[in-house]
Design a protein around this ligand. Structure first.
Ligand code: CTP
Length: 401
């Protein structure tokens, strides 16, 4: 619930602006008061009248409106809120925010504020993927701006990919999770999850077995503990949790790029089952059977993302790796912890018959610098909650054990 919270909602100019009307309704239903700000472009998509009718408050739109300034100056307007939400956050608004420009009411409010800001980006796929937008995104994250979405899907422009604004219900969930002030409030947690797929040719790939269930449960637990969560996932079979910032990738090299782009983070949890090898040179055409002779696949080693982040200049304060082993679990995991340079390893036995791979339960051993601890077999959600509790305790004690 958001009872007693005041949210300043900045509505940017994109087709997704129509969803902001539903967002206002849902925020109010959750108990929040909404002060709406409409950009000039936003007013091309939704009318000030419908926005103010739903918000039950006047709409602010013009930096130079003397009546508004007399009632409540723009500096004051930017500070009365508990949270500023920008939805939809267009490519242009993000660029202005990243540059610190203040040439209209919305950008001026965003520059003048010391209130937490959450943006829900929405734009065409190419605009989202453009290096300029990704640069702006990295700058904004570095400035402490939180993000929700965008989601992957069909776009109004007929294209498909990341760029859709997160649904209003999920934006409200993200706001609630962040404003509840759990033990990880104000922390940024980076989670990798799922398998990676390494193409052999356009129709075949090699992969590790992974449903993504454990990584997804960890991301959800971190979100519920109040963290901002960047969730870098390969092609998993379970859907990502609502309210986290989802970055979808396919290969190990894409996962590495996405992880490095998401830094800095307070905590990195590497639950992905990354393929250790890729094809040295995948075929760009489907490989055909040739009577009798078998194809020879030549492998190249993939980057070790966990090891790289553990030694990175922007290394999170706490780095947690996983070790999926089929024998001598604790010994291998201890060696892996040393080799990769991470703080903790959650080791699990995935040998045949344990039912862990793809199952709903997990039995792990936590390996730290101080020793090891066997956790009882439990549901993956329980293991996730326990891990997040341990992480919150370690961060608040200022120790990574
Ligand atoms: N990992 C990673 N990048 C890789 C391989 C693994 O980030 N290229 C991470 C995994 O997400 C996991 C940890 O490293 O947190 C251990 O993964 P695992 O596959 O068990 O280890 P390997 O490096 O493959 O070691 P080994 O081959 O000795 O089992």
């Amino acid at each position: 619930m958001l009872t007693g919270k005041r949210i300043l909602l900045i509505i940017g100019g994109g087709i997704a602006a129509y969803k902001s009307l539903d967002l206002i309704r849902r925020l109010r239903r959750a108990g929040a008061a909404v002060t709406p700000v409409l950009t000039r472009a936003g007013a091309e998509f939704v009318t000030p009248l419908s926005v103010s009718a739903l918000a039950g408050e006047k709409v602010y739109a013009d930096l130079w409106d003397l009546t508004d300034e007399a009632e409540m100056g723009h500096i004051q307007l930017s500070r009365v809120a508990d949270l500023i939400v920008v939805a939809p956050a267009t490519a242009d608004l993000m660029a202005k925010m990243a540059q610190g420009r203040a040439d209209d009411l919305a950008s001026t409010l965003l520059l003048a504020t010391d209130t937490p800001v959450l943006i829900a980006p929405a734009m065409n796929v190419r605009m989202w993927q453009h290096p300029a937008t990704q640069r702006n995104l990295a700058t904004l994250r570095g400035d402490g701006v939180r993000t929700v979405g965008p989601e992957v899907g069909d776009m109004a422009c007929g294209e498909y990919g990341p760029g859709r604004m997160t649904e209003p219900a999920d934006i409200v969930t993200a706001i609630e999770a962040q404003s509840e002030g759990g033990p990880l409030a104000g922390r940024h947690v980076l989670v990798t999850s799922g398998p990676t797929h390494e193409p052999i040719d356009p129709v075949r790939y090699i992969a590790n077995r992974s449903s993504g269930a454990q990584g997804t449960a960890i991301a959800r637990a971190a979100l519920h503990a109040g963290a901002r969560v960047s969730f870098v996932t390969g092609p998993a079979s379970v859907p990502p949790p609502e309210g986290v910032d989802v970055i979808r990738v396919e290969t190990a090299r894409q996962m590495r790029e996405a992880v490095l782009a998401a830094l800095p983070a307070d905590v990195g949890i590497f639950a992905a089952a990354v393929a250790d090898w890729r094809m040295a040179s995948p075929s760009d055409r489907k490989m055909k059977k040739t009577g009798g002779s078998l194809p020879v696949l030549e492998f190249a080693e993939n980057p070790d993302i966990l090891a790289e982040v553990s030694r990175h200049a922007q290394r999170p304060a706490l780095v947690v790796g996983f070790a999926a082993e089929t024998h001598d679990v604790a010994d291998h995991a201890r060696a892996k912890r040393e080799r990769k340079g991470c703080d903790w390893i959650l080791a699990n036995d995935v040998s045949d018959g344990t039912g862990i791979m793809g199952g709903t339960e997990n039995a792990v051993t936590l390996i730290t610098a101080d020793g090891s601890e066997d956790w009882p077999r439990a549901g993956k959600e329980t293991v996730a909650a326990r891990l997040i509790d341990r992480i919150a305790a370690a961060l608040s004690g200022g120790t990574s054990e």
